[in-house]
Design a binder for this molecule. Structure first.
Ligand SMILES: [Zn+2]
Length: 454
């Protein structure tokens, strides 16, 4: 007989922390969170004293209940709205150059190696594992121009169980001869990639976690013809779109020299059918007011990549202004412009960036945590699927332990759950991420014995 209890795969009992809005974090004490067999949040009961737990379980077997201790809590998984899978191979290196020189010197030669599928398999396995280990349950990945390596990245993400948007990068101009496509091959391979992901998804016995995303590297590396074709593909397959926007002044100047018919850089994408509510633009550091207004008008999202913007000396994005204009904003690690694949580091860099811009309008902890979770969900247009623990959403989460082995966080008697949580945000790292869940299933970490997401 199909009963409520039989549909429940897991129940968590303990402290749950999530964002209700950009202004409010909810701390749920003695919460009972029920996850169903599709990985969705079926029920949430707050303030359940120990002696009421059994009654509230409604017949769910005790062996499905995970009981948290006082140093453990569950938060929604982090959402990395901008990361380059091939660039993880030189993460932490080469911050001596500004963007365009950095691309020529470090990035393009490295990315060209992904023409080799075996190489891609080996390196992408590490990129994805590192991202997951850091608590990124959803990521917007840039791959490279190489079709086979892009498919390999999809296979690896599928195997490791991350939720992801995966983009085959498009580049048909202003790129080195060892990393360039023709318009025709770029469109053909993008279509083949989309079909591959769709076919893979059709064979799953659970709701797909991977979505192809249209990924012109940036306007500089794509001709107007190619951008137009990519806009058409996004529409034909109803896909999200990602690219880079207003990262650095030289980039903006070069872009406007290539697209003089557009009124500004943001309009270049809009003019090619690439700016809509499913668009994610990384950086947006040097945006004119009319460009931010265009983002708002199109309901496009911004990936704020403060770590990268500091490293490549690109500038400091005005996130306060974006929030005030109610533009969707999430956080991005932008590995390897950013030196860390951790959204915790992105959160800290975002705070420093906001302080350095204007100490009177510093981003608050409540806002930073929102950007790392719900903000990212909105940017991915997945706000009804993930981002917090609302009933009916899919359970993507981190079980944090502030007293884990070798924890960088020290907990004292005076600590409350609020101070432990804040310590995790500013002092913690992946050692505190005891378990990571995507769509209700515990994901396989490289040195863990847990079965992979199937
Ligand atoms: Zn980037």
């Amino acid at each position: 007989m199909h009963t409520f209890a039989s549909s429940i795969s897991k129940v968590f009992y303990g402290t749950l922390i999530h964002s209700l809005s950009i202004k409010e974090i909810e701390y749920i004490r003695q919460g009972l969170l029920f996850i169903d067999d599709e990985g969705k949040i079926a029920k949430l009961v707050k303030n359940v004293p120990e002696d009421r737990v059994e009654a509230e379980l409604e017949g769910v077997d005790e062996d499905r209940v995970v009981r948290l201790n006082d140093d453990q809590f569950i938060i929604p998984g982090f959402i990395d709205t901008h990361i380059h899978a091939p660039q993880y191979t030189f993460c932490g290196n080469g911050h001596d150059l500004p963007l365009l020189e950095w691309l020529d010197t470090y990035t393009f030669p490295r990315e060209s190696k992904f023409a080799d599928k075996e190489y891609a398999h080996k390196l992408y396995t590490k990129s994805v594992a590192r991202s997951l280990r850091n608590g990124t349950t959803s990521a917007c990945w840039f791959a490279t121009i190489h079709l086979d390596a892009c498919k390999e990245l999809v296979n690896i993400i599928q195997e490791q169980g991350q939720r992801a948007y995966v983009g085959k990068v498009n580049m048909n101009q202003n790129s080195p001869d060892f990393l360039i496509e023709t318009t025709e091959s770029s469109v053909r391979d993008t279509r083949a990639f989309i079909e591959y992901v769709n076919k893979t998804n059709a064979q799953l016995n659970h709701k797909p976690l991977i979505t192809p995303i249209i990924t012109p590297r940036f306007a500089i590396s794509c001709t107007s013809d190619l951008l137009t074709e990519l806009g058409k593909l996004a529409k034909e397959y109803n896909l999200p779109i990602q690219s880079h926007l207003c990262e650095n002044m030289n980039e903006i100047g070069f872009t406007m020299s290539l697209f003089p018919q557009s009124v500004n850089y943001t309009a270049v994408y809009a003019d090619h059918g690439l700016l809509n509510d499913r668009t994610i633009m990384a950086h947006c550091v040097h945006m004119k007011d009319e460009e931010l207004d265009l983002m708002k008008e199109k309901n496009a999202g911004i990936s704020h990549c403060a770590n990268s913007n500091f490293n490549l000396k690109s500038g400091m994005a005005d996130v306060r202004k974006m929030i005030n204009k109610d533009i969707k904003v999430g956080l991005g690690t932008d590995v390897a412009g950013g030196y860390s694949p951790s959204i915790l580091e992105a959160l800290r860099a975002s705070r420093s960036c906001s302080v350095a811009r204007n100490a009177d309008t510093t981003l608050l902890v409540t806002e930073l945590f929102y950007l790392a979770t719900m903000g990212g969900a909105r940017v991915m247009e997945l706000q009804d699927t993930i981002g917090n623990f609302q009933i009916g959403k899919e359970f993507d989460a981190i079980l944090v332990n502030t007293s884990a082995d070798n924890s960088p966080v020290d907990v004292f008697d005076h600590d409350s759950i609020e101070t432990k949580f804040e310590k995790y945000l500013f002092v913690g790292d992946d050692r505190n991420n005891e378990k990571i869940y995507v769509q209700g299933k515990e994901v396989r970490l490289p040195d863990s014995k847990v079965a992979s997401h199937k």
